[in-house]
Design a protein around this ligand. Structure first.
Ligand SMILES: CC(C)(COP(=O)(O)OP(=O)(O)OC[C@H]1O[C@@H](n2cnc3c(N)ncnc32)[C@H](O)[C@@H]1OP(=O)(O)O)[C@@H](O)C(=O)NCCC(=O)NCCS
Length: 209
C-alpha cells in the first residue's frame, strides 16, 4: 500500500501512545467537549473482538498522520440467525491534513483489506458525506436497525457497506455495538490526565454533552 510519500501499515506496539495522541488531537472538541476516542482504542486493542489484521496507521514523510481500526460484531437477525459483521473506528486524520483526500485513501485501503480477509459487511455510525464516497449507504436500506433506537427516530447516522455483494440479502435485524466501545467517563478523565493539558470547549455541531 505505497503511494507517493505516504504509506499505510499495521499499527505496532511502539506506536500505541503516539496513535492515542493523534486520535486525541483529531477528535478533541469535535463531537463533545474533549473526547473519549483515545481511551476507546486503548481499551479495544485488548478486546477479543479487536481485529489485529485490520489495525492500520498512515504515515507521510515518516510522520504518523492517520489511523483506522475494526472490531468484530453481529447483527441479531429477525429470523434468529446471528450474522457476523465488522464495525469500524475510531478513524482519523491529523487536523492539519484534513480534507486533502488522506482519509478516503486510508478508508478505502482498509476496506479492501477487510474484503480480502473475507468479512461480509461493515456497519457503524458516521457522516454519509464522507463515507458515502467510499460506497456506504444508510443501513436502513439493507433492513438493518440500530440497537435501542426508537422506530421513528432518525437513523441516518447509521451506515453500512457490503464487502461481499449480497451478503445481507434476506437479512433484517438489529446491529449491536460491541460493548467495548462503552467506556466510563471517569476512566476517560483519568486516562486523559496522562496527556498534555488541552482545553475542553463547547462548540456548535457537537452531538454529545
Ligand atoms: C473524518 C476524517 C477521517 C476524514 O478524513 P479527511 O482526510 O479529512 O477526508 P478526505 O479529504 O479524504 O475526504 C474525502 C471527501 O469526503 C467528504 N468529507 C470529508 N470530511 C467531511 C466532513 N467532515 N463533512 C462533510 N464531508 C466530508 C468530502 O466530500 C471530501 O471531499 P472534498 O474535501 O473534496 O469535498 C477526518 O476529517 C477526521 O479525522 N475527522 C475527525 C475525527 C472524526 O470525525 N473521525 C470520524 C468519526 S466517524
Amino acid at each position: 500500500m505505497k503511494q507517493e510519500n505516504c504509506i499505510i501499515r499495521s499499527e505496532e506496539k511502539k506506536d500505541h501512545r503516539a496513535v492515542e495522541n493523534l486520535i486525541r488531537e483529531s477528535f478533541w472538541n469535535v463531537y463533545r467537549p474533549g473526547c473519549s476516542e483515545h481511551y476507546v482504542i486503548h481499551v479495544l486493542r485488548d478486546d477479543p473482538a479487536f481485529v489485529k489484521e485490520l489495525d492500520f496507521v498512515m504515515e507521510k514523510d515518516g510522520e504518523l498522520i492517520g489511523q483506522n481500526m475494526f472490531m468484530r460484531t453481529v447483527i441479531d437477525a429477525d429470523d434468529g440467525r446471528t450474522i457476523p459483521v465488522l464495525t469500524m473506528g475510531p478513524i482519523c486524520i491529523t487536523p492539519d491534513l484534513k480534507r486533502q483526500g488522506y482519509g478516503k485513501r486510508l478508508l478505502d485501503a482498509s476496506l479492501q483489506k477487510a474484503a480480502q480477509l473475507g468479512f461480509g459487511a461493515v456497519l457503524f455510525e458516521g457522516n454519509i458525506a464522507f463515507y458515502g464516497k467510499s460506497g456506504f449507504d444508510y443501513a436502513a436500506k439493507f433492513g438493518i436497525r440500530y440497537h435501542d433506537l426508537p422506530e421513528d427516530a432518525d437513523a441516518s447516522f447509521f451506515l453500512c457497506k457490503e464487502l461481499i455483494p449480497g451478503y445481507l440479502d434476506g437479512v433484517s435485524g438489529v446491529y449491536q455495538t460491541p460493548q467495548g466501545y462503552y467506556v466510563d467517563d471517569a476512566d476517560v478523565e483519568a486516562f486523559d490526565r496522562q496527556f498534555p493539558y488541552k482545553e475542553k470547549r463547547k462548540l456548535p455541531g457537537q452531538i454529545f454533552e
